[in-house]
Write a new protein. Structure first.
Length: 281
């Protein structure tokens, strides 16, 4: 049996992708004294409301070894995708679980990929994994091909707020305060797995146009795109329409951020995963 395993940083709840079994392993999020599991039962509106209302730093915790091992089950070939190791211990824990799994299942094959990214970029990687698995390639060839594909996937995001990034030491609190006071949308990317600010924009349409410009600077030419939003479908649809006006043949799909990505992108945020060049999926 072949299986794809992702942590909840991928915003994926599907039980299968292109007929390949997919398992989501949830991170946990703590707001004051309340612990939220980033799984299919998560009440997103209640969670994002709690984030907005608290005055205390919220925290996230990666899945533990038992959760990863339960997700691996008894599969023969396992492909694991985690959120960037620069933002979470999920990758390291998944690797530790893989080593334990192989001790108990020496004939099995397992590969843990650090996506160096999050959200919709991970979604694109998982879709590609399923495509490669279905093509009948050997385990080693799938791993090689996925690594090549990952180098072609980029992430752009427009954050609803910088408060949580600042509170968790990811960016300067001064930058967060300035962005809030000036009502700016900060556009950033995952640079080798770390947050990097690219530009700023005021107003939703200018923000969407700036994101498209940044995508093109990174080599976008009409490839597959996945848009995840934090309680802001109208903005996601506006971005989709603007992008399709320029690239009418692009495969552009809208999804929703789950807990972890909502935690960082915050209310109203957008995350855009895309394939450089013009490759579709």
């Amino acid at each position: 049996m072949k299986k794809i395993v992702v942590d909840s940083g991928a915003n994926l709840l599907e039980k299968s992708i292109k007929n390949v079994e997919c398992v989501n392993v949830p991170l946990t999020l703590t707001i004051e004294d309340q612990v939220w599991s980033d799984d299919e039962a998560l009440n997103l509106p209640a969670f994002t409301a709690a984030l907005q209302q608290t005055n205390q730093p919220a925290t996230s915790s990666c899945p533990n070894l038992a959760q990863w091992l339960a997700a691996y089950g008894d599969a023969d070939e396992i492909y694991v995708l985690t959120i960037t190791g620069k933002m979470s211990g999920s990758y390291n824990t998944a690797q530790q679980a893989a080593a334990i799994y192989l001790e108990a299942h020496p004939a099995a094959k397992i590969q843990v990929f650090d996506s160096l990214s999050a959200g919709p970029a991970m979604h694109l990687m998982a879709e590609k994994l399923a495509e490669l698995i279905n093509s009948g390639l050997s385990f080693d060839r799938v791993v090689m091909a996925l690594n090549e594909f990952m180098s072609q996937v980029e992430l752009i995001f427009a954050l609803g707020s910088l408060d949580n990034l600042a509170a968790n030491g990811r960016i300067s609190p001064v930058l967060a305060k300035v962005a809030h006071l000036m009502n700016l949308r900060v556009i950033g990317t995952a640079d080798q797995g770390s947050f990097k600010m690219l530009t700023k924009a005021r107003g939703q349409k200018k923000c969407c146009q700036a994101m498209i410009s940044q995508m093109e600077q990174k080599g976008y030419q009409g490839g597959a795109v996945r848009i995840d939003h934090v309680q802001n479908r109208a903005a996601a649809e506006q971005f989709q329409q603007l992008l399709l006006a320029e690239y009418p043949h692009a495969n552009v799909v809208i999804g929703e951020c789950r807990g972890l990505c909502s935690f960082y992108a915050e209310q109203g945020g957008l995350m855009i995963g895309f394939v450089k060049g013009n490759e579709q999926q």
